[in-house]
Design a protein around this ligand. Sequence first.
Ligand SMILES: [Zn+2]
Length: 470
Amino acid sequence: MKIAIGMLWCEGNTLTPIKTTFGDFDYVAGEGVFKKLPETTEYFLQKGCTLVPTIYARALPGGTVVYDDFMRLANELIDAIPESGLDGIWLYLHGAMHVENIGSGEKYILQRVREKVGFDIPVSLAMDFHANHEYELAGLSNCITGFRTAPHSDREDTQLRAAKMLIECVNEKMLPKPQMARADVVICGDAVQTAVEPLKSIMDMARDMERTIPGLMSAEVFNGQSWVDEPYMGPSFIVTHKTDPKIARECAEKLAGAFYDARYDFVVEHVETEKAIELAVRAKEKQVFLSDSGDNTTAGATGDNAYMLNRLREAKVKGFLLAGITDAEAVEKCYKAEIGDELTLKIGGKLDVKNETAVITGKLKRRANMVNYTGGAPVPSVVLECADCTVVITKERAPLCRPDILDSIEPDWRDFRIVAVKLGFLFPELAAVSERTILAFTPGNSTQRLKDMHHSNIRRPMFPLDDNFM
Ligand SMILES: [Zn+2]
């Protein structure tokens, strides 16, 4: 059995002014792909498959991908797929990649794949829960599965499920036709958590369908990515049945209906920044994480807004850790200085000029290569110790979203009572060690406020902008 495998991954955000370029991707082609996708590779090899590697390219969530840079990646992926002789194709695609002049990068890739290999071999997709699906995507694939946890903790399981379904298709000579339904509801990412109602019941409903309906391969719930201003933005429900698309369609519509019916129950506690800071200061816990949700680099924001830093200082909070803020110029200055030197730096507001800046003075405490969340090259970063706080500055947009990443640049982070991070809800690895998290509704490219997203291209009607239409 000969299977082609590949990955192209970038969650888009059309609110941010920055573009995603080739250099933002952790990229390998050819056999290097196997090392980057070890679980999937091992699974296919155990099943006796011969693997054809294409590309592995993964970027931090960010702005629209520059057309030429996307085409370079897309062409490499497509060129590596042989025209004939394959039994199946496995692809790991985010689903919310936004490309200049194209829109959905995933739909484009699938169209090119089909132009090359036709429709007689199965294509199986593993995707992110925050995928924004164009309708055509279902017709271009044979199996589609996605993360079933948000925050995500089942990346490997999802890849393996897509691989298993592909093997089933080849062994049983099937070409299933996944069916998609939508719920015209826009819910900001952090209000949609799979372990929290009302979504928990909808996820359970999907699992029940898989357990009880013979021939049903997968029932998937995708929330979409609300920071992509396109008509295809929003939740979608994709169900794959081995032989009967009608059953799949009924299930997809049932899931979409349940999501729409629950639309009023998706709530995220609305905490203004000043209130969030007050709660953090008064907290009884030994350590509190304060989440700057409007400048969340893992949702594509620039990560260079000094807004939270300025509000903390105005509130005269002492001894907090700001982890971190992006500023290449400031990092460069720190790399030219000696450890212990006192420096005055103007930080923030360079990637997005709408963002606030701050002037900080402090001693250069540390320089280090920070572990890169995407798995790419380490990020040059510095720690500045000021009179009232400690600030981590990164050369590139880089989330401090896991303990090992924090350890790599500020090993003392556990000693700070308040740690301000540029995230939404904490990543599971950080949540596991956090006593308390307070999500602040801060402004920025990943705002939690629908009105500040200034959508102009999404389809209408759409709840909560419109209501009672489904
Ligand atoms: Zn996601």
